[in-house]
Design a protein around this ligand. Structure first.
Ligand SMILES: *Cc1c(COP(=O)(O)O)cnc(C)c1O
Length: 711
């Protein structure tokens, strides 16, 4: 039992008091995000009041707290619903009651402490921005499913990540919404006395008080640190306000709260982790906090820095040196002065974050610190491992990249979260009982060959139809809100549920090269017309200061009044997990166009292929190891130092593939109207990718290869 469990039970009991007796067990479910990946969980909450469910942003605590007495009373006398609730609660109890995995690298007394700046657990918990958070969330969920004792440590951002609106020219506008933790499925962790647990982290001369919240993710508690405490200065209170805050000083302060606060949290809770997993560099100051402990206990500074390596493993997610942000002496000395001093030697502390430790003018960064203080380091795909070894060769003084001690664990996605219901039902019928637990075994996926073409196609068409309904609804609303003419807005209601639909949605960093689609505007527009025309769905947020990425969206919008575009192309605003889930499952083709070798992994394509979508991507990140010529389409991933030339060439290749392969294959039908070759591609994709890109395979790899100490 991890600390905070009583607080969760108390909050659930309190919520239960306002519910009719048959609904009361649901309060406990509402405080554990396990429901979100149970096959019936979301529809049970929705059934209580579909309008309230959507108005509450799919937050079950708010749903139960805010539903009218009439709605609650109606649900409570609905025998079928009450039976489903009882079964749901039973499934949760069984899941929580399972014994921990035997022979795992961690145990309930010594769990893995997984530390990350963002976690994407569910869209009702807005503390994530994109792929890194989704990966962290998927790891916690899978650790729960595999009963691997694990806890998560992150930050509770009071205003989360920004929300996005576009104007009629495609200009992006950002806004932030304050979250109210008391209405979210999280509870404040308290001392035995009942007082809130408060940690202290010294930042820039202030002893910043840090409160602690607990969110349950199945069997895994996620502890979130929060500086919005009344005793802090206004700046101190602001530290954990926004994810990826633009202000560098605040960002550095966040790293202090996450890393140092994370270690103080573990001490306060009495948890001695089997290993600390630093997911990306942001929590790396945890190592400094552990060094400080050793030095305080009498260890020498040098020994302490060597010894802590035993306690940490590190996953790097960013192949761009510029993305591995660094800070000047002045910045570090300002914000992290006390933390550095506590390690016994501020100079040494700063040197640990440099590539060349002897060069005092070199700025320090969290990635270098994490690499120096971890006994294991890994990238997130085979190719990224290779790229990371080259990037960090100087730090390790290695003669060749092969000697750099960085390996890779390719990312994977949590199947129960990302597999849409119609596809889940189809696979359940064919892959046999308990197939999700065997998802990393190629034999599990063999029966995909026996899925009838008509069944497979019907499922894909249903997924597309579901998505198109959502796209039409959202696109019309988005357009009206932006102030478009009614005719133009209404045109978004004319998407075709039977047309080949291509999706591209992700963070709009410039290296993701959405602009390749507007480099060949005439070909793009020609593809939209005719009986065999296609449709495009886009979504994604540009980082608020990334003018280049914002400009790409405006350029795309420059085509919006061209003939045929208004009813065939939609850019949906405010990309998040729930929108992602519908797009990755409904699109026929999922496109990724990273500038190689900058895509560390990419995971949205894994979600798409799991649902029977086909992937068309530059051979970078995960696709470089996944594409085999029969399971999708690839664009050469060689690196060209002439970026303009590469963009032009890759855009041509993209449209060649769409015109010559994708569209004809989708359009060729047999006598029964089935696209036989397309279905063959889907089967090949499911069989080859299914076993390799699940979180089941990924978490098993971490627990078998990375977490155990190599003795
Ligand atoms: C899966 C996911 C991502 C990751 O996208 P990639 O560019 O493929 O890595 C980003 N954002 C959301 C909301 C996601 O669900």
């Amino acid at each position: 039992m991890f600390p905070g469990e009583t607080e969760v039970a108390t909050a659930a009991a309190e919520l239960a008091t306002r519910l009719p007796v048959p609904l009361r067990p649901l309060a406990r479910v509402a405080y554990n995000y396990w429901w979100s990946w149970d096959a019936d969980g979301p529809s049970i909450f929705e059934a209580i009041s579909p309008t309230r469910w959507s108005a509450c942003g799919h937050n079950p605590v708010r749903l139960l707290a805010e539903s009218s007495t009439a709605d609650l009373a109606r649900a409570a006398v609905h025998p079928a619903l009450v039976a489903r609730i009882d079964e749901l609660v039973e499934r949760l109890e069984v899941d929580l009651g399972r014994s921990p995995a035997a022979g795992a690298a961690s145990s309930p007394d010594h769990p893995v402490a997984f530390m990350c700046a963002e976690f994407a657990i569910h869209d009702s918990l807005p503390i994530y921005s994109g792929g890194l958070g989704v990966l962290a969330g998927d790891i916690l969920k899978e650790a729960s499913d595999l009963a691997m004792p694990t806890i998560g440590i992150g930050l509770l951002y009071r205003t989360g990540y920004f929300r996005q609106r576009l104007d009629t020219s495609g200009g992006q506008h950002e806004y932030w919404i304050d979250a109210d933790p008391d209405r979210m499925p999280c509870v404040r962790v308290r001392e035995a006395t009942g007082e809130p647990l408060i940690l202290v982290v010294p930042i820039d001369g202030e002893d910043v008080s840090v409160g602690v919240w607990r969110v349950d993710v199945g069997r895994v508690p996620l502890y979130l640190l929060d500086t919005d405490q009344p005793t802090n200065s206004p700046v101190g209170r602001w530290v954990t306000s926004r994810l990826y805050e633009q202000n560098r000083t605040i960002r550095l302060a966040q790293y202090a709260v996450l890393g140092v606060g994370g270690i103080r949290l573990l001490e306060a809770l009495g948890i001695e982790p089997a290993v600390h997993h630093l997911n990306e560099g942001h929590p790396a100051l945890a190592a400094a906090a552990r060094v400080a402990r050793r030095v305080a206990a009498g260890d020498s500074v040098t020994n302490a820095w060597t010894a802590v390596r035993d306690e940490f493993v590190f996953t790097t997610h960013t192949p761009v040196p510029a993305g591995n942000e660094t800070y000047s002496r002045k910045e570090i000395q300002g914000v992290l002065h006390e933390i550095g001093e506590e390690t016994g030697n501020l100079e040494r502390f700063m040197a640990m974050g440099r590539i060349d430790q002897a060069d005092r003018s070199e700025p320090s960064g969290m990635t270098a610190l994490a690499l120096r203080t971890s006994r294991s380091a890994n990238g997130v795909s085979r190719r990224h491992g290779d790229v990371a070894r080259r990037i960090w060769q100087p730090l390790f003084n290695a003669a060749t990249p092969d000697e750099v001690p960085i390996t890779h664990v390719t990312n994977g996605v949590h199947i129960p979260t990302w597999l849409a219901a119609p596809m889940a039902e189809l696979l359940d019928r064919h892959l046999g009982e308990g197939w999700r637990q065997r998802a990393d075994d190629p034999a599990t996926w063999e029966p995909v060959d026996d899925i009838g073409g008509a069944d497979l196609w019907a499922t894909r068409c249903e997924l597309r139809r579901r998505m198109i309904t959502m796209v039409e609804h959202r696109a019309v609303n988005d357009r009206l809100r932006r102030g478009e003419e009614v005719d133009y807005a209404a045109a978004a209601d004319t998407f075709d549920p039977n047309r080949l639909t291509i999706g591209f949605a992700r963070r709009l960093a410039t290296y993701k090269r959405l602009h390749l689609l507007s480099l060949q505007p005439e070909r793009a527009i020609a593809l939209l017309s005719g009986d065999q025309g296609i449709q495009f769905v886009f979504a994604g947020k540009a980082y608020p200061t990334d003018e280049g990425a914002k400009q790409i969206v405006r350029e795309l919008f420059g085509l919006k009044h061209r003939p045929g575009v208004s009813g065939r192309v939609a850019f949906l605003e405010d990309y998040d997990m729930s929108l992602a889930a519908v797009l990755v499952s409904g699109c026929d083709v999922w496109v990724n166009l990273p500038r190689p070798p900058l895509e560390a992994s990419g995971t949205s394509g894994m979600k798409a292929v799991l649902n029977g979508g086909l992937h068309l991507s530059v051979l970078d990140g995960w696709w470089a190891e996944a594409f085999d010529g029969t399971n999708g389409w690839g664009i050469d991933g060689a690196v060209d130092s002439d970026e303009g030339a590469q963009d032009a060439r890759d855009a041509i290749r993209l449209f060649d593939l769409l015109e010559n392969e994708v569209v004809p294959t989708f359009s060729r039908r047999d006598a029964d109207g089935l696209p036989v070759e397309w279905l063959r591609l889907i089967r090949s994709s499911l069989k080859s990718n299914g076993p390799r890109f699940s979180a089941t395979r990924m978490v098993r790899e971490y627990t078998q290869r990375i977490y155990p100490r190599q003795t």
